[in-house]
Design a protein around this ligand. Sequence first.
Ligand SMILES: Nc1ncnc2c1ncn2[C@@H]1O[C@H](COP(=O)(O)OP(=O)(O)OP(=O)(O)O)[C@@H](O)[C@H]1O
Length: 309
Amino acid sequence: MSVVTPARTTAPATSAVRLDAVTKSFGHVEAVRGIDLDLAQGEVVAFLGPNGAGKTTTIDMVLGLSRPTTGTAQVLGRTPRDAVAHGLVSAVMQTGGLLKDMTVRETVEYTASLFADTMPVDEALRDAGIEAIAGRKVGKCSGGEQQRLRFAMALLPDPALLLLDEPTTGMDVEGRRTFWNAVRADAERGRTVMFATHYLEEADQYADRIVLIANGRIVADGTGSEIRALAAGRTVRASVTGFGAETEARLRAIDGVDAVDVRGEQILVHTTESDAVARFLLTETAARDLEITSKNLEEAFLSLTGEDQ
Ligand SMILES: Nc1ncnc2c1ncn2[C@@H]1O[C@H](COP(=O)(O)OP(=O)(O)OP(=O)(O)O)[C@@H](O)[C@H]1O
């Protein structure tokens, strides 16, 4: 494998990742149902979504491990396979691929020997924050240390794009923090990073941009605070008889209301201002059985995709 065109010399106008109307089906399962995505070079982007959302399937297509059923995937203006073959893309996966009896340094040295040209092993160890444990056997490393080791291995070809698929699953809080600080410090130097996660806090803390995915579709795309606002809302439910279009319009006009669903006598409102909505329903309509619930991220995903209806 040869290493060409480091990130900084690629034309800035080229997207790091570009997906156009990408779908992926496995038999009857539509894992990805039409994703358009454009990542600029140097962005740190979280791919956030619940189990089965289609994160891994999408990342596999960006890595060239599988092809879209329809649509196109491009990485730095090339096909994913071509980009990988040119050493432009690396990945840190959740598990696998480490030999317990080798030391951390030996593992990185061995991986480096598989490439025609790599960054110095010491530099990769340093950037991944594992210099101090370079002499330790892999089998004696914690889960977090092993992930930083995988990160060091992924850095060797100095890839323009780094993909991480739920890299901190099973790690404790401290392990997570150390891991992400290493990734973030490295990204400051211009690398594009795309990572999949279940954790809103992780996405919020370490990504510049969050792409929210559910049921194979992008349901929101924005900064951490924009996405947090979606998850921070509450759901107000009530039964109302004689709820007309004019009342519904007034309800929708209340600040903070972002979705109103009327099904027969059941009214369901998603809002960041649940007190104002409750007050309106109780004083201006014949609402009864009013209930306010916090919306967790999973519910936010479901209502955004309409899967809860
Ligand atoms: N090889 C496959 N064959 C059949 N179905 C698959 C295959 N790979 C994925 N799927 C299905 O596609 C959907 C999306 O899976 P995917 O692994 O991409 O989700 P994910 O967001 O990465 O989930 P998780 O967070 O649980 O890893 C799921 O319903 C999954 O069962």
